[in-house]
Design a protein around this ligand. Structure first.
Ligand code: IMP
Ligand code: MG
Length: 180
């Protein structure tokens, strides 16, 4: 793995594609065991969560459905602090177990916004599965239920995570290089 450059910033390898896939397989096994026979609805939060959702969902070995909502709360490298819902839910979620799939929980505002929104639909339960979690940044709500990797509060890209729309296609995760 080599370093990559976006917008004049250098990013260095942080989590390899192999480690990501191994961890997603573990999460998939855990979710399969916990939701077997319950027909859960996975809700992927676009845009960032799509690679994680695609890989995680294929590791679910029991009947399940997936749908997508689109939210936006980030501009560049810092949270704008507001969640703009761009595209809503059409599926029937009343009395169903729901699992939200996120790429990363940072301040927790996005997830908090999602949880508030979903309450109105009376699901049987709502859990949060996130590939990445920055526990030191959390200011809102509680820890996610399923976490791929807990990481320090550094800016990362790749595997769905972007810098102004770029780098989502990287199969591994990279962290902004510290100044020498
Ligand atoms: P929160 O609402 O502060 O928890 O932020 C969640 C959203 O911010 C994620 O879904 C990402 O889109 C974005 N985000 C948070 N941290 C990073 C990062 O390090 N790189 C890229 N996007 C991030
Ligand atoms: Mg996101």
């Amino acid at each position: 793995m080599n370093q990559v450059t976006y917008q004049g910033l250098t990013f260095v390898p942080y989590i390899t594609a192999e480690r990501i896939q191994a961890r997603i397989a573990e999460l998939g096994r855990q979710l399969t065991d916990e939701y077997r026979g319950r027909n859960p609805l996975f809700i992927c939060v676009l845009n960032g969560a799509f690679p994680f959702a695609a890989d995680l969902f294929r590791q679910i070995e029991t009947d399940a459905e997936i749908t997508f909502v689109r939210l936006k709360s980030y501009e560049g490298m810092s949270s704008t602090g507001t969640v703009k819902q761009v595209m809503g839910l059409t599926e029937e979620i009343k009395d169903r177990p729901v699992i939200i799939i996120e790429d990363i929980v940072d301040t927790g505002r996005t997830i908090q916004g999602m949880l508030e929104y979903l309450k109105g639909f009376s699901p049987a339960s709502v859990k949060v599965a996130t590939l990445l979690f920055k526990p030191e940044s959390l200011v809102c709500g509680s820890d996610p239920d399923y976490v791929g990797f807990s990481i320090p509060s550094k800016f990362i890209i790749g595997f769905g995570l972007d810098i102004d729309g770029m780098a989502r296609n990287l199969p591994a995760i990279y962290v902004l290089k510290e100044e020498e």
